[in-house]
Design a protein around this ligand. Structure first.
Ligand code: NAG
Ligand code: NAG
Ligand code: NAG
Ligand code: NAG
Ligand code: NAG
Length: 894
């Protein structure tokens, strides 16, 4: 009996110690309920937080953990992330009641939507906090310095928000902090010195911010294991890492660091991962032998020069080596790879390197990625590649290979080769039968610009990208239909393919982004099944012998941005739906066909249009007044991605191989995009030329020449301020040249020849400072060619065939009374000086669109900025010079 009593008593005591005591502390329960009351919870994740009956015990709530003995809340995780619906998580304000939970050790609020509010200061009073995760939480404003009060904090992750301001220096003095991630914010200013040597931080990630100036010295940072500061604006030389004996991962890429790689880095014997790409580092490739553990080395896109020393071959754990886009020279031979047996990724592209690899004796490594673009590998085919039986990505383009492709290479395709680029060699021969191959993982094939010939039978059925352009392939296109399953990019241009276009496009499952069949011998009609390609962004059918009308089904292809059907025998009217449905179009080229009828005013809906070429057709009627609706021709346009079309293909970037770090989940330079840049074939200053890449998105041109258009030039056209080329020649246009033509101040090429224009040449034409091609010949213009201006700089042929035109450069002199140029007397002074400035300068003065763009190379972003700023400089020079000369002239006259 007493035994039973004792047991009962023990049970009660046990209950009180364990379950009983652990029921939550009322004050903390109220605080949590207050937190809940202040936020929205659309997913109902906190439904079991309440006051009724069984909901009373806050230690049993989801997302809350209490301490077993004290009953205090020690963990709180208000995070919710749903991949497909990121906005169903928590939002709202954070109640200051949270401070009551002062025993909290772990707090995670990632993906909580703070709606651009700042991080609450009161977090600084949760003095027992060890872990604080608030990434992807739509935070803005500065990092509160109160966080430095969290003297027990070990882990702090505030990445991927919009935090701004500078990093509080006090964070560097937090004695417990080991893991600090502030990546992907808008933090600016300098990194405080406290983050260097004195800090206790082990993992520091400041990537993708706006941090600048030089990095602090890390000398003596014995605890640091990983440092990621990529994609900021750090300048100066690489910091000192002397004594950072624990450092294993170092990413300084995407900054503006200069100078050499310091010795202190070369002695980091535990370094595994070193990425310094996209900086301005120079010198020769240093000796990395001191980095015994180095397995990942990316020195790409810097200014390293000279030979690659054999010592690289002794960095025996190397797995990934990227030296691309430097100025390295000399020969790469077996001696470079004697002990590198684990090499897997090799990129030596875009240097002046030659390869002398042979591997007759033994093969040191099995590479999966080989990128040797623009290395000198030819003239024979580089046979050592045969030894690389696990290769998935092979780029040996532009490598001076004159040979044919050995069979063993084609045989690699079924066993794992996913991307092959042989472009821009002089490789000859036929393609073998490769049908019925089912390759995995977005395979792509680029054989462009070689001497391949013959018919194309069957290609691997799962290709996602195929480029056969610039060869001598012939036969029909029936093989294309076999590729319907996955193809996103198809370029067969500049070959001798013949026969009709296949009619199987409805099988392409809306994936195709670019279709280029230009410059072949294709005949027949445009099949209406092409209209099923509703992801199609660029359609090139130029220079074939296609007939019939443009099928109305193409109005479904609403993603189309670039359409070139020029140089065929297409007929019918220019359909109204082009304007109504294809609102993304920026290039529309229908030149040299047999289109007839009027210009539909619906074309004016194309507000993105930059290039309109309808020349050499049978169009009649007026030029619609609404042409001023071509907004993109009236404004500076920064949407330069219009000419880029990204498609899917096997991705040979190494991002997937980077060490496990939260970091490479980031978007941005980690991922290489396969994309195609448009190329437009345009008549420019009298000759046809192609506009590609960097220049096309800046070209704004209208060509309606060689039609039967009549009526006047609508004045509205003079509001297309950014127009660079206007060709209305060979029509039956009449009336006067618009008085305000001078408003088109970037016009470089202006052709009104072979029309019936009458009246005077407007004075404002001489204000076109960049005009370097002018043709007004064979009209009925009369009077004096505005004198004393660059209009005299053009050859007389620019004015010929206008019997009533007089004055230089034409021989007929004008009568004694100068032809009245309607000018206000007040303007006379300025105008005279303007004239004298221009005299003698002639047409050659203008630098112009091509002059500027043609010379520019390098980073596309810079190129655009440069172009834009140059066009402002153009204005500035113009204004400054005019003002200066007019002042000067007034001075002399006194
Ligand atoms: C931070 O600590 C300082 C002194 O250690 C104290 O004065 C201050 O009130 C604390 N701030 C917060 C937000 O707890
Ligand atoms: C293939 O190589 C050429 C020349 O080096 C390059 O321009 C092209 O972009 C490469 N193709 C692909 C799909 O990467
Ligand atoms: C100008 O374009 C817009 C669409 O971009 C269209 O709605 C409008 O009707 C056009 N105006 C004229 C006069 O065609
Ligand atoms: C304008 O078009 C005509 C006919 O298409 C062509 O002969 C001439 O060269 C073009 N003018 C310019 C400046 O390109
Ligand atoms: C040419 O212009 C003159 C006026 O300058 C006019 O009298 C004449 O009829 C015009 N000729 C033609 C063919 O249009």
């Amino acid at each position: 009996m007493s035994n039973i009593l004792v047991s009962l008593l023990l049970c009660i005591i046990f209950y009180m110690i364990s379950g009983g005591v652990s029921s939550c502390i009322e004050k903390e329960r109220q605080a949590l309920l207050d937190v809940k009351a202040n936020l929205t919870d659309p997913g109902g994740y906190l439904d079991d937080w309440g006051s009724e009956g069984e909901k009373m015990d806050c230690c049993k709530w989801t997302r809350v953990t209490c301490d077993d003995t004290s009953g205090h809340v020690i963990r709180l995780g208000l995070t919710f992330y749903h991949l497909h619906d990121p906005y169903r998580g928590f939002t709202g304000n954070f109640s200051p009641s949270l401070q009551v939970l002062n025993q909290l050790r772990y707090l995670e609020l990632s993906y909580f939507d703070f709606q651009s509010n700042p991080l609450p200061n009161f977090l600084g009073s949760l003095s027992n906090l060890q872990t604080l995760y608030i990434s992807n939480a739509n935070l803005s404003g500065p990092i509160p310095h109160q966080l430095a009060n969290l003297s027990n904090l070990l882990d702090l992750d505030l990445s991927n928000n919009s935090l701004s301001g500078s990093i509080p220096f006090s964070l560097g003095y937090m004695t417990s902090l080991t893991y600090l991630i502030l990546a992907q914010n808008q933090l600016g200013g300098v990194v405080p010195n406290s983050f260097g040597n004195s800090s206790s931080i082990v993992h520091l990630d400041l990537s993708q911010n706006l941090l600048n100036e030089s990095l602090p010295s890390f000398a003596g940072c014995s605890s640091l294991i990983s440092l990621f500061v990529a994609n900021n604006f750090f300048s100066g030389s690489m910091p000192d890492f002397t004594g950072c004996t624990s450092l294993r991962e170092l990413d300084l890429s995407g900054n503006i660091l200069s100078g050499n790689i310091p010795n202190s880095v070369l002695q980091l014997s535990n370094l595994i991962y070193l990425k310094v790409s996209h900086n301005s580092l120079r010198g020769s490739i240093p000796n990395f032998i001191g980095c015994h553990s180095l397995s990942f080395l990316d020195l790409s896109s810097n200014q390293f020069h000279g030979n690659v020393s054999n010592s690289l071959g002794q960095v025996s754990h190397l797995n990934t080596l990227d030296l691309s886009s430097n100025s390295l020279e000399g020969v790469i031979s077996e001696a470079h790879f004697v002990t590198i047996t684990q090499l897997d990724y090799l990129d030596l592209s875009l240097n002046s390197l030659a390869s002398d690899l042979n591997f007759t004796e033994r093969v040191p490594f099995q590479l999966s990625t080989i990128k040797l673009q623009s290395c000198k590998l030819g003239p024979g085919f580089p046979m050592w590649i045969k030894t690389q039986r696990q290769v998935t990505y092979l780029d040996i383009s532009n490598a001076g290979i004159l040979d044919s492709v050995p069979d063993w290479l084609w045989n690699q395709l079924p066993i794992g080769l996913k991307f092959l680029n042989l472009s821009s060699n002089q490789i000859k021969g036929k393609l073998p039968y490769m049908g019925e191959l089912y390759l995995h993982g977005s395979p792509g094939l680029d054989l462009s610009n070689n001497h391949f010939e013959g018919e194309v039978s069957l290609l691997p059925l799962t290709l996602t990208a195929l480029n056969l352009s610039g060869n001598k392939f012939s036969g029909n296109l029936s093989f294309v239909c076999q590729l319907a399953m996955f193809l996103t990019f198809l370029d067969l241009s500049n070959n001798s393919f013949s026969g009709e276009l296949p009619a199987c496009w409805m099988n392409f499952q809306e994936k195709l982004v670019v279709l280029n069949l230009s410059n072949n011998n294709l005949s027949g009609v445009i099949p209406s099944s092409l209209g099923s390609l509703d992801k199609l962004e660029a359609l090139y059918l130029r220079a074939n012998t296609l007939v019939g009308e443009v099928p109305e089904s193409l109005s479904n292809c609403k993603s189309l941005r670039f359409v070139d059907l020029g140089g065929n025998n297409l007929s019918g009217i220019i359909p109204e739906w082009i304007g109504e449905e294809l609102s993304e179009l920026y290039v529309l080229d229908l030149e040299s066909n047999r289109f007839s009828g009027r210009l539909p005013s619906h074309l004016c809906w194309l507000y993105n249009l930059q290039v309109l070429d309808l020349s050499n057709n049978g169009l009649f009627g007026n030029i619609p007044k609404c042409f001023d609706n071509f907004t993109a021709m009236a404004r500076k346009n920064f949407r330069y991605d219009m000419s880029k079309h990204s498609y899917s293909s096997y991705d040979g970037s190494y991002s997937t191989r980077e060490p496990s770090r939260r970091g490479c989940l980031y978007t941005g330079p980690c991922q290489e995009d396969a994309y195609f840049s448009d190329n437009a074939w345009i008549r420019w200053k009298g000759t046809e030329r192609s506009f590609g890449r960097s220049i096309l998105h800046l070209l704004k041109s209208i060509d309606l020449s060689r039609n039967n258009l009549s009526g006047n030039i609508p004045d509205e056209i003079t509001s297309l301020y950014e127009l660079i080329s206007l060709n209305l020649s060979f029509n039956r246009l009449h009336g006067e040249v618009p008085k305000d033509i001078g408003r088109l101040k970037y016009l470089e090429s202006f052709d009104l020849s072979r029309n019936e224009f009458s009246g005077h040449i407007p004075w404002t034409l001489s204000e076109l400072n960049f005009l370097s091609y002018l043709d007004l010949s064979f009209n009925n213009l009369s009077g004096r060619i505005p004198t004393g201006s660059q209009l005299q700089g053009f050859d007389y042929t620019s004015y010929a065939g206008n019997p009533q035109l007089c004055g230089p450069p034409l021989t007929p002199r004008c009568g004694s009374s100068p032809v009245a140029e309607k000018k206000k007397a007040t303007e006379e002074d300025e105008d005279d000086s303007w004239k004298s400035y221009n005299t003698g300068m002639g047409a050659g003065f203008a630098v112009g669109f091509l002059g500027i763009c043609g010379a520019l190379t390098g980073n596309c972003h810079c190129r655009d900025i440069l172009f834009v700023s140059l066009s402002y400089i153009k204005d500035w020079i113009y204004v400054t010079v005019v003002v200066y000369f007019s002042k000067l002239e007034r001075k002399f006259r006194r």
